[in-house]
Design a protein around this ligand. Structure first.
Ligand SMILES: *Cc1c(COP(=O)(O)O)cnc(C)c1O
Length: 351
C-alpha cells in the first residue's frame, strides 16, 4: 500500500473527524537517512541521521502543515486562502489550494525568494503579490487582512500548520523506535521547532518513547533575533527561508529549547554553505541552503566538544536543493572541466 499522507497516517493525533474532507498530496513518510560519511568528516563519534524533507510533494516540510491547514479551511467552507512567505509556504499553499479547489494569494518579499519557489506558486496559479518590505512586514499585513475579511490565513500562526508539522517527530520516533538524544533544525519563524517539540512530548505521553530529545535550533547569524534577544529590523542571510527578523513562534521556540535543555544558537552564512556542500557531496542529499543550518550547528558544537560518544543526533533537512539551483551553481560552477579530446577525457578519469 502506498503512503496515505500524514493525516491518514496519524489521524488519531490530529483534529479531524470522519466527515473532514482530506486534501492531500501524499506528504510525509520521508526518509530518515544515516549519515556516517558526514559524521566521519566532521570527526564526531555520534550516530547521525538526516530527515530529508525535500522529498515532500512540493519539496519542503511545509507540506505537512499545509495539508492540515487547507483541509480544515475546506471543512470550514473557505474559498480563499492567503499567506506571507519566504517561498516554500507559498509553494505549498498554492499546490494544496488547487488540490482543494480554493484560490491562493501569496505575498512575497520582492527579489528575496528562490526562483524555484516562485515558479511553483505560478504554476499552481496562485495570485502572487510582491511587497517592497521584508517577510515580517508581509506577515503583519496578511494577518491584519485575514482578521476582518473572509480569507483564511495559512501561515504558521494558523494552529493547524504546527499540528500537521508535529508528525515529523512521530516519524523520527517510529523509525528509530525511540527518540534521538538531540534534534537539530534551522529556525526561521520558529514554527517547526515548536511543532517537533509538540510531537515528541505527545509521543512521550502516549508511551511511544521513554525520553525527550534536546531541541537544537539554529538561526543564521544575520537573522538571529532569538539568539540576540531582540527583533532584527533588516535580517540578512543567503539562507532566504530563514531570513526572518521577528519570528511568529519566538516564545514557543525558547520554551522548547529551555524545557528540553537544548538551545537556540546561530551559524554564519559561511558555516551554512560549508554544511550545505558537505551534505550534498558526502551523503548524496541535495537540500537548500537554509536546510543546512542544523548540520552547521552540529559542526559548530562538535568543535566545542559538546557531544558524548553514542549520542543519537537527527537533523531535519527542511527543503530540496533544486528550489535554489541558482545558488548552488554560484557556489560550485568553477569545478567543471572542459573536455576537447579523448586524451582530455582519459586524464579527467584518472587513467
Ligand atoms: C520555512 C522553512 C524553514 C524555517 O522553518 P520555521 O518553521 O519558519 O522556523 C527552514 N527551512 C526551509 C527550507 C523552510 O522552508
Amino acid at each position: 500500500m502506498s503512503w496515505p499522507g500524514i493525516i491518514e497516517a496519524y489521524r488519531r493525533f490530529l483534529p479531524v473527524s470522519d466527515q473532514t474532507p482530506i486534501i492531500t498530496l501524499g506528504e510525509g513518510g520521508t526518509p530518515l537517512l544515516p549519515a556516517p560519511r558526514l559524521a566521519a568528516a566532521i570527526g564526531a563519534k555520534i550516530d547521525l541521521y538526516l530527515k530529508y524533507e525535500g522529498v515532500n510533494p512540493t519539496g519542503s516540510f511545509k507540506d505537512r502543515g499545509m495539508t492540515l491547514a487547507i483541509t480544515k479551511a475546506k471543512e470550514e467552507g473557505a474559498e480563499k486562502v492567503i499567506c506571507a512567505s519566504t517561498g516554500n509556504t507559498s509553494a505549498a499553499a498554492a499546490a494544496y489550494s488547487v488540490r482543494g479547489g480554493m484560490k491562493a494569494y501569496v505575498l512575497i518579499p520582492k527579489g528575496k525568494i528562490a526562483l524555484g519557489k516562485l515558479a511553483q506558486a505560478m504554476m499552481h496559479r496562485a495570485t502572487i503579490l510582491q511587497v517592497q518590505g521584508n517577510f515580517d512586514e508581509a506577515l503583519a499585513l496578511v494577518t491584519d487582512v485575514s482578521k476582518t475579511y473572509p480569507i483564511t490565513l495559512v501561515n504558521s500562526i494558523n494552529p493547524y500548520r504546527l499540528q500537521g508539522q508535529k508528525t515529523g517527530a512521530f516519524e523520527v520516533c517510529d523509525d528509530l523506535s525511540e527518540a534521538p538524544t538531540h534534534h537539530f533544525l534551522p529556525v526561521g519563524n520558529a514554527g517547526n521547532i515548536t511543532a517537533y517539540w509538540m510531537g515528541y512530548t505527545e509521543y512521550l505521553k502516549e508511551g511511544k518513547i521513554t525520553h525527550l530529545p534536546k531541541m537544537m535550533g539554529f538561526q543564521a547569524a544575520g537573522s538571529a533575533p532569538i539568539v540576540l534577544g531582540k527583533i532584527v529590523k533588516h535580517p540578512k542571510t543567503i539562507a532566504t527561508a530563514i531570513r526572518i527578523g521577528n519570528p511568529a513562534s519566538w516564545k514557543n521556540a525558547e520554551l522548547a529549547a529551555l524545557e528540553s535543555q537544548g538551545k537556540i544558537d546561530m551559524v554564519t552564512d559561511e558555516e551554512i554553505i560549508t554544511a550545505y556542500r558537505m551534505i550534498a557531496g558526502l551523503e548524496g542529499i541535495f537540500c537548500e541552503p537554509a536546510s543546512a543550518a542544523g548540520v552547521a550547528g552540529v559542526i559548530k558544537l562538535h568543535k566545542r566538544d559538546y557531544f558524548k560518544k553514542g549520542d543519537r543526533v537527527v537533523c531535519t533537512l527542511t527543503g530540496h536543493g533544486l528550489k535554489d539551483a541558482d545558488f548552488s551553481l554560484k557556489t560550485s560552477i568553477k569545478e567543471t572541466t572542459m573536455v576537447k579530446s579523448k586524451e582530455d577525457l582519459l586524464k579527467s578519469l584518472g587513467f
